[in-house]
Design a protein around this ligand. Structure first.
Ligand SMILES: *Cc1c(COP(=O)(O)O)cnc(C)c1O
Length: 354
């Protein structure tokens, strides 16, 4: 059993923080002074340590590079006016990480390493959390297979790391979305509900082709009919139809169980809006649009929180939305940001103090 106080720390000789202005940093390009690293071998996690952020030395035969056992998480930390660091709903990400691990036939990471390791790492690099409006520290835990072998079998060894990236406001420009009718992101029985690296690799061509046609992202549909709606890009999707919030349900295992999705549902209910988690297809959307009942469409995720959709294209049908008049998305975003920045009461204990 590893306790946080047992995790050895090697500190940098000199922090890079003073060379890194934290204002308006682009997403995911700068990293803090330290990282957490742990090794899995002989059926157990060992060598947990925090050390200076640095390159890894890996063999070309590294199993993760060939056969894709690689998973990750995305979490955000904030600093309040008193300088205290808080992490938004990290236990949900911890649980989801181990759900992803189980699906990819990888070992689970114990809570002491994931949660206490994260706490200790963030406490150490706390000054890297920008205390600026709309800024945060993005936390990236990840795990990958490290056996050096080309035989196809689950790796016997793994590495788990946490790296931290200070990030500025993630301006989510309103998106033009193409309803995807050819490519598939996830099918029942597949890995769509896991946050594994391959889901992203498999999505990129569809997005690039949509971009060539002038769209920003795709709205993923089911593998069989290309009608049932799943996610918008790498975000969960919400439709406000005639005063009801509808989001695709999770039971088929084709949709990532977003922490933001869950938070948005809670906030919507608190605002008095009925929320429905259910299957929804493009025909229903077109019909609602035709009747003037499709009020707002938006994506949800940790990076952008909420990203509005300004246009949806399906076959010859084009649906457009006035994003400047999106009172529900706007209210949800403001409420979530207020909770994260310590300006609204945290009714659900979402903020975890470091
Ligand atoms: C990470 C992710 C999301 C958003 O999840 P959050 O927990 O809200 O950040 C949605 N869809 C996909 C495919 C994702 O990988």
């Amino acid at each position: 059993m590893i306790a946080a106080f047992d995790i050895p720390v090697t500190k940098v000789d000199r922090s890079r923080l003073s060379d890194t202005p934290l204002e308006n940093l682009p997403f995911g390009r700068y990293f803090t002074d330290h990282m957490l690293e742990a090794e899995y071998a002989d059926g157990e996690w060992k060598s947990v340590q925090i050390r200076p952020y640095q390159a890894l030395s890996l063999e070309p035969s590294l199993a993760a590079l060939h056969y894709g056992q690689a998973i990750f998480e995305g979490i955000k930390a904030y600093r309040d006016a008193e300088g205290n660091a808080f992490i938004f709903r990290p236990f949900d990400n911890f649980r989801r990480f181990n759900t992803s691990a189980a699906r990819m036939n990888m070992p689970e990471v114990p809570e002491e390493i994931f949660m206490e390791g994260m706490r200790k790492l963030i406490a150490l690099d706390k000054n890297w959390i920008p205390a600026i409006k709309d800024h945060s520290l993005y936390i990236r835990p990840f795990m990958f297979a490290t056996d050096s072998m080309l035989g196809v079998r689950p790796s016997a060894t793994y590495k788990f790391l946490i790296i931290l990236s200070p990030t500025g406001p993630y301006f989510a420009a309103p998106m033009k979305i193409l309803v995807e009718e050819h490519y598939t992101r996830a099918a029942p029985g597949g890995v769509g509900f896991a946050k594994n690296a391959g889901n992203y690799g498999g999505s990129m061509l569809a997005v690039t082709e949509a971009q060539k046609q002038g769209y920003d992202q795709v709205l993923w549909t089911d593998a069989f009919e290309h009608k049932w709606l799943q996610e918008v890009g790498m975000m969960n999707v919400f439709f406000i139809i005639n005063g009801v919030a509808v989001t695709p349900s999770l039971e088929e295992g084709t949709i990532l169980h977003g922490v933001t999705r869950d938070s948005v549902m809670v906030v919507l209910k608190e605002m008095g809006l009925p929320v429905e988690e259910r299957r929804i297809n493009i025909d229903e959307l077109l019909a609602a649009y035709g009747k003037g009942q499709l009020q707002e469409v938006f994506g949800t995720g940790t990076a952008a929180v909420i990203a509005m959709v300004k246009e949806l294209k399906y076959k010859e049908f084009q649906m457009t939305f006035n994003v400047d008049n999106s009172p529900i998305a706007k209210a949800v975003k403001e409420r979530l940001n207020a909770i994260r920045e310590g300006k609204a009461e945290d009714l659900h204990q979402w903020m975890w103090k470091v």
